[in-house]
Design a protein around this ligand. Structure first.
Ligand SMILES: Cc1cc2nc3c(=O)[nH]c(=O)nc-3n(C[C@H](O)[C@H](O)[C@H](O)COP(=O)(O)O)c2cc1C
Ligand code: SF4
Length: 430
């Protein structure tokens, strides 16, 4: 039975046009911002911290804690929204920006107030031109209504005017632009190559000034928290570690792919695939699930009773990440699927650090050799060895991501490799 749940991030499932300012205000929009401005910036940060909101971009870092790292020094500070959304199978931020642009803008306004930012950026992947146009239209509505600007017509708790402009920036398109320091480089006009840390962006980010980078969905959670309060937010999910709603993207071998906004921690992976996704179109059993695009370990079908939240997916040996679930039925050769994922990472590696640049190349070459039927059993050890040399030894997490499909497919689906190298017979084909 699908859950009895009223979505708050995408309250109009199936809608394809943007919600206007008039519509948004009619359903209580911008009340969260007005309530936030009655508090001090530190109080706003404390509310977001108490709500337990975790970043929805991948790493799940606590949002209020991230805001609290911004030093209280004079001079510009920036909030940058990560709308790069380049992870395969991920299309949730697009829906928020295209249909609910004001929810994002309100979240950005609240976050900017909390960290003392007067100029924020929304960095959108270049292909999302519709989202960019709709956000610009929504920003123009806000300026006309006096909600944004230098200054706006709103007053802060200290009696001074609230000042904020938001710039929409379209990137040129590369997976690595989603990594926060590469994104900052790109925004500054440089090649998008990750920076070494420390310093972290909270201290020295955009133009070497204190900067918070947050995902679109993360920011879209903020207005509800400020408007309805911490308890109402926590009541939605599975506290203490898994509070609030989450948009789960569903694709691959399911009858009904799409975005599903659900409370964290209330259903299992099996329920999600069967009750929301309608099961596999072929009727064949599920063989594997990717829970976070292609960036986290592949989940074996024996783990389908895992609960859909940060802890549940971790318990199944993977990571919730961006919560982009790609389902594969038992017709899929996992040696082939993992090779396609490695090919993606080799192509998207920025090349700045040696283990990732050279390692992804070696992984890809070895895996293609296996797919072509020219592999040896020792190649499987080589794949493990190269993965070990990459993981944990790179400037950014792309290197780790690239090893996940390799090590997890070898762990759960070694037979698919052995078939390719002639060390096992395909009983189904006999
Ligand atoms: C290779 C790579 C790609 C990433 N792509 C995205 C992305 O498309 N969108 C996103 O929000 N975060 C992405 N991230 C995570 C960001 O670096 C950053 O952690 C996130 O934007 C922080 O926002 P959050 O705390 O709200 O989740 C990526 C990270 C890596 C290493
Ligand atoms: S891990 Fe890969 S993508 Fe990340 S900085 Fe190094 S070479 Fe670039």
């Amino acid at each position: 039975m699908p859950l009895d749940y009223q979505p708050i991030l995408l309250p109009n499932p199936g809608r394809t046009t943007a919600v206007t300012l008039v519509e948004y205000e009619a359903r209580g929009g911008y009340a969260g911002l007005k309530k936030a401005l009655e508090k001090t910036p530190d109080e706003v940060t404390a509310v977001v911290k108490d709500a337990g909101l975790k970043g929805r971009g991948g790493a799940g870092f606590p949002t209020g804690l991230k805001w609290s790292f911004v030093p209280k020094m004079p001079g510009p500070k920036y909030l940058v929204v990560n709308a790069d959304e380049s992870e395969p199978g991920t299309f949730k931020d697009r829906d928020i920006m295209e249909v609910e642009p004001h929810t994002l803008i309100e979240g950005v306004a609240i976050g900017s107030y909390a960290i003392g930012c007067e100029l924020a950026f929304i960095y959108i992947r270049g292909e999302y031109t519709v989202a960019g146009d709709r956000l610009n239209a929504a920003l123009a509505e806000c300026k006309k209504a006096g909600l944004l600007g230098q200054p706006s017509q709103l007053k802060k708790a200290d009696g001074t005017p609230f000042v904020l402009d938001i710039i929409v920036f379209l990137g040129a398109g590369a997976y690595i632009c989603g990594e926060e320091t590469a994104l900052i480089e790109s925004l500054e006009g440089s090649r998008p190559m990750p920076r070494s840390r420390p310093p972290f962006p909270a201290v020295a980010g955009l133009y070497m000034r204190p900067t918070v980078v947050n995902n679109v969905e993360t920011m879209a959670n903020v207005p509800f928290i400020l408007d309805k309060g911490v308890d109402a937010y926590k009541a939605i999910g599975n506290p203490p570690n898994n509070t609030g709603p989450k948009i789960f993207c569903l694709s691959g071998h399911v009858k009904k792919p799409g975005n599903y906004e659900l409370p964290l921690g209330k259903i299992t992976l099996r329920q999600f695939i069967e009750e929301y996704g309608g099961g596999t179109p072929s009727g064949r059993p599920v063989k594997a699930v990717l829970p976070a695009g292609v960036s986290a370990p592949i989940i074996h079908s024996s783990q389908l009773d895992a609960v859909m939240d940060y802890d549940g997916i971790k318990g199944a040996g993977s990571m919730l990440g961006s919560a982009s679930f790609i389902v594969m039925d038992d017709s899929v050769d996992m040696a082939w699927a993992a090779t396609r994922m490695v090919e993606f990472f080799r192509h998207e590696s920025c090349g700045k650090c040696t283990p990732c640049r050279e390692g992804t190349n070696w992984l890809e070459k070895t895996m293609f050799r296996i797919l072509e039927g020219k592999g040896k059993e020792s190649d499987l050890e080589t794949l493990q060895f190269v993965s070990k040399q990459i993981a944990g030894n790179t400037l950014c997490a792309l290197g780790d991501f690239a090893t996940s499909p390799v090590t997890s497919s070898l762990k759960h689906f070694k037979d698919d490799y052995l078939l390719r190298i002639g060390k096992k017979s395909d009983r189904a084909a006999e």
